[in-house]
Design a protein. Structure first.
Length: 379
């Protein structure tokens, strides 16, 4: 197949996150299997306008904010240069409404939609713009087929008016050969909690800090490591100081993959207090390392965390409930190990190779003219 991808960013973008990891894990494999894969995305200062990344031919245009206006023209130009068998739009910021640009077979890849959670992250006018941009999606994309990464996202789309039989659920994979508790791994000697991800207001890291302050009152030996960068870091550091957490909380910023792997292996629990995710890739990376997760009982996370088996779900924003679960694990290392072993077994069931094969089969069905699935269908 000749596949034209459209996403706001590529995996080399300084602000790339889970959506870009997901896109390149899947379509890098399709490129390696012999499919022709091109990506139209935004650029950043100093970025080459064209690159080949993991076998994908990347064409960068404008900047991150300007892509909302330049993206459609860039897609038209790409299709004039070279026809495609199928267009795949990854809707993980705001939709570009590309079904208005082309009548080619079309797949809409949706990690998750923001909905009202946008108001927890950005200013009211910008959040309202995001919320309004999502409203026409069921109508504008009605002829397209959908690839979603969790049952929660499928249910969100159905509730918005998308036909269930047009939605295929294909869960992300995890590299359980790289993310593993094997080797010289040792759990940290004191209760240690970890957050890995972007430091954005809507991610709920402030809830984890509030909960950890309660944990420290009972367990002064406990630690909390925060790994990742983002524009909310300064506010989070200020909140940690105000809570008197001192050197019990360390903000590490961006770390390399080897360091991230060490943190995932050493933690007693991965903490993910977000109100909404597509799936939770770091949940599965932690699970593959034998580390359970404590996460919000929210869309996406309730799909990737098996409550009471691979970790625990708590009501989103409930500081007392999060603190109670953290203290429970801090006082029961055997429970941590039992959850970790189950998490590892759970992670081994998901592979990027399987997800890529399911993605290729779905796209081939779209090109053939009918990718319809059963109403409760998932892959």
């Amino acid at each position: 197949m000749n596949i034209l991808l459209v996403n706001w960013q590529d995996v080399e973008h300084p602000q790339a996150g889970g959506a870009e990891i997901h896109l390149f894990e899947l379509f890098g494999r399709l490129a390696a299997a012999g499919h022709r894969v091109r990506l139209v995305c935004s650029a950043w200062a100093g970025a080459p306008p064209r690159a080949v990344v993991r076998g994908i031919e990347v064409h960068r245009h404008g900047d991150r904010l300007g892509f909302a206006w330049q993206g459609r023209g860039a897609v038209r130009a790409a299709l004039r240069r070279e026809p495609a068998d199928v267009v795949v739009e990854d809707v993980n910021k705001v939709p570009l409404f590309l079904p208005l640009v082309t009548r080619l077979p079309f797949c809409t890849l949706v990690p998750h939609l923001f909905g009202t959670t946008a108001f927890a992250e950005v200013s009211w006018p910008m959040a309202a713009a995001v919320w309004l941009a999502e409203r026409p999606l069921p109508r504008v994309y009605r002829r397209t087929w959908f690839h979603v990464i969790s049952e929660s996202t499928r249910d969100d789309l159905v509730a918005r008016g998308v036909a269930a039989e047009r939605i295929r659920v294909i869960h992300p994979g995890v590299d359980s050969a790289r993310f593993t508790p094997a080797g010289d791994w040792r759990r940290a000697p004191v209760p240690s909690f970890l957050y890995v991800g972007r430091l954005k207001r809507y991610k709920g890291v402030q809830v984890a800090l509030e909960a950890f302050a309660r944990v420290r009152a009972a367990r002064p030996d406990a630690r909390f490591d925060v790994v990742g960068s983002g524009d909310y870091r300064a506010e989070l550091e200020a909140r940690a100081r105000a809570l008197g957490l001192g050197d019990a909380v360390t903000f590490h910023g961006y770390v390399d993959e080897a360091t991230k792997l060490r943190f995932l292996r050493e933690a007693w629990a991965n903490v993910f207090p977000s109100p909404k995710e597509g799936w939770g890739i770091t949940v599965m990376e932690a699970a593959a390392c034998g580390t359970p997760s404590l996460a919000s009982d929210s869309p996406g996370l309730r799909d990737s965390v098996r409550d009471g088996v691979t970790g625990h779900l708590v009501p989103h924003g409930d500081v007392a409930a999060m603190a109670a679960r953290m203290l429970e694990l801090a006082g029961d290392p055997a429970r941590v190990e039992a959850l970790g072993r189950a998490a590892r077994r759970h992670a081994e069931a998901w592979s990027w190779d399987d997800a890529a094969r399911a993605t290729a089969a779905h796209l081939e069905a779209i090109v053939a003219g009918d990718a319809r699935v059963a109403p409760a269908g998932s892959q």
